[in-house]
Design a binder for this molecule. Structure first.
Ligand SMILES: [Zn+2]
Ligand SMILES: [Zn+2]
Length: 273
């Protein structure tokens, strides 16, 4: 993180206007507010924080996994906990059990395992089996005996972990004019969303991340997005290209006032360089 900030400052020192329309800074925190507070302190003088976004889930999360034994279930859950997470709890919710049943079949172990599936409880699984006494053919079928297998069955262990992951927040900083352009674009997306009342229904979700839109939809010419995905989209746009032909990159249908703002920004930047 330190490195990002240092690089940023060397870029900014070359002139009052950033070399790129947007430059990125990042900070993490145990929640969104904390990360945002830290981010604000990193904004260089003469620049404004234009938008923020995060890329992955954060906060409290729970995962479950099953295993043949208690140890396996715990280990499977452990491997799925992200490296930067703080573990809140980790426990077995169902202890694995093990018992042996005898199964008599005419055929092989495979047949014995298949047969065992009919003899177990609904939450049990069939594990392995071994031959106890082989089948005998007898004479003309008289005295024939089935093979006896001992099959291990039991309950799968279930382990659960609850953990908390920090927010890694990215911020885009730039000039006041650039913020003005981004704000205008977001207002446009917002206005487009207001034309579709169904987007404000509680079950509507972001097309990009799949999370609920929470009464705050944004509609770009191509997508229905939540605010975070809108910020991520705008924050990762190649602005030196987009500014040149804004309707081509962010359209069609970019309002005239936004095109004018981008034209002013383009000429302003040219004059400074
Ligand atoms: Zn989204
Ligand atoms: Zn053009």
């Amino acid at each position: 993180m330190m490195k990002t900030v240092e690089v940023l400052f060397t870029v900014f020192k070359k002139g009052k206007f950033p070399i790129d329309y947007l430059s990125r800074i990042s900070a993490s925190g145990s929640n969104l507010d904390e990360a945002k507070e830290r981010l604000k302190k990193l904004v260089p003088e003469d620049f404004v924080l234009i938008l923020t976004y995060y890329r992955s889930d954060y906060g409290i999360q729970a995962i479950k996994d099953t295993g043949e034994t208690d140890d396996i279930a715990i280990r499977k859950v452990e491997t799925r906990i992200p490296r930067n997470a703080k573990i809140v709890s980790k426990k077995l919710t169902v202890k694995g059990t093990s018992r042996n049943i005898q199964v008599s079949v005419t055929g092989s172990l495979k047949e014995a395992l298949d047969e065992a599936r009919y003899l177990i409880g609904p939450s049990e699984v069939v594990r392995t089996g071994r031959l106890v006494s082989p089948a005998t053919q007898g004479i003309f079928g008289v005295g024939a005996k089935k093979a006896v297998f001992l099959v291990n069955v039991g309950q799968m262990a279930v382990a659960e972990a609850v953990y908390e992951t920090p927010v890694d927040l990215t911020g885009c900083v730039g000039s006041e004019q650039m913020k003005n352009l981004i704000d205008q674009l977001k207002e446009w997306y917002k206005a487009e969303a207001l034309k579709n009342s169904f987007l404000f229904l509680p079950d509507k979700r972001c097309e990009e991340c799949g999370k609920p839109l929470k009464n705050n939809p944004f509609v770009t010419p191509n997508h229905v997005l939540c605010e975070n995905c809108t910020n991520l989209f705008l924050g990762t746009t190649n602005w030196s290209l987009a500014i040149k032909h804004i309707n081509l990159h962010l359209g069609p249908g970019v309002p005239k006032s936004i095109i004018e703002t981008s034209e002013r920004l383009k000429h302003h930047k040219k004059n400074i360089e």
